[in-house]
Write a protein that binds this ligand. Sequence first.
Ligand code: ATP
Ligand code: MG
Length: 332
Amino acid sequence: RLRVLSGIQPTADSFHLGNYLGALRQWVRLQDTHDTFYMVVDLHAITVEQDPKVLRQRTRVSAAQLLALGVDPDRSALFVQSHVPEHAQLSWVLECLTGFGEASRMTQFKDKAAKQGADRASVGLFTYPILQAADILLYQAHAVPVGEDQRQHLELSRNLAQRFNHRFGKTFVVPEPHIVKDTAKIYDLQDPTSKMSKSASSPNGLIELLEDPKRSAKKIRSAVTDTGREIVFDPEGKAGVSNLLSIYSALTGKSIEELENSYRDKGYGDLKKDLAEILVEFVTPFQERVKSYLDDISELDKVLARGAEQAREVATRTLAVVYDRVGFLPIG
Ligand code: ATP
Ligand code: MG
């Protein structure tokens, strides 16, 4: 079976609907067909300032959410990035193969650094995509399920894999992004031209999977739509309505066409009211499952320890080959 790897940052109290529809749903599905490695990327999280106590809590809550969404520890290695030291070790080697100019072209760094003030952005935030390449290449992953915003980082991972292979001999699988077009980018409900984001969305534009479902329903009902009245999928002209239709379609499995037909004689209010209900039905049992995983922290930590062990088996093998290829002296 081909391998899949992906990660998510423990940078918020909850995952959001964009994380789920853009990426995590694919994580769960790919378990049927691939060997899957999924992690909570705490090393990535500290590229921006984190409170240590909060980070630890969010790491567990992230793992619990992944389990509750259907990541199955009997079929996937589910682990915490810092439990596998090879990520940081391979990252250093890849940093030394990355051009400064090449790294400087990463748009996510530019966006995030601009928000913080360029002088305050950390070097870790700058080298983040190289650590991400290490994450992927360590596991010889063929496919990486992510949202559209990660496409450029994936391209860097591919370039680094090819560069290493070219210089030192075939070592890495060159990974492909696995991006599902219909849900590759879920938009902010209040600003439907920018992506829904843990760190950048306005509170009312962001649906957090762990917030009070009543609050989510209210946010859907007050989502920004345009002044027209027709319910049609037109991302350019009707960004707000189109975003709601994408979410609706993804949560119900109904096609956009089907939805356009069934809302032909109805208004925005009807669409929002129905979608709010659908969302509540999805998050309510999800939240119960998260709670039950968090009720038994020692079991949760055991699952993560087991995942790290499985991950390290692969990671140590890859790193040993890399160290040898670049010419490091073996321990005598
Ligand atoms: P941050 O703002 O801190 O970067 P984030 O919301 O982008 O947080 P990440 O942990 O960086 O969340 O991303 C986890 C996964 O979710 C990635 O695969 C990413 O591509 C995907 N993702 C994030 N936001 C969206 C979105 N709005 N639509 C679709 N996929 C998304
Ligand atoms: Mg992100």
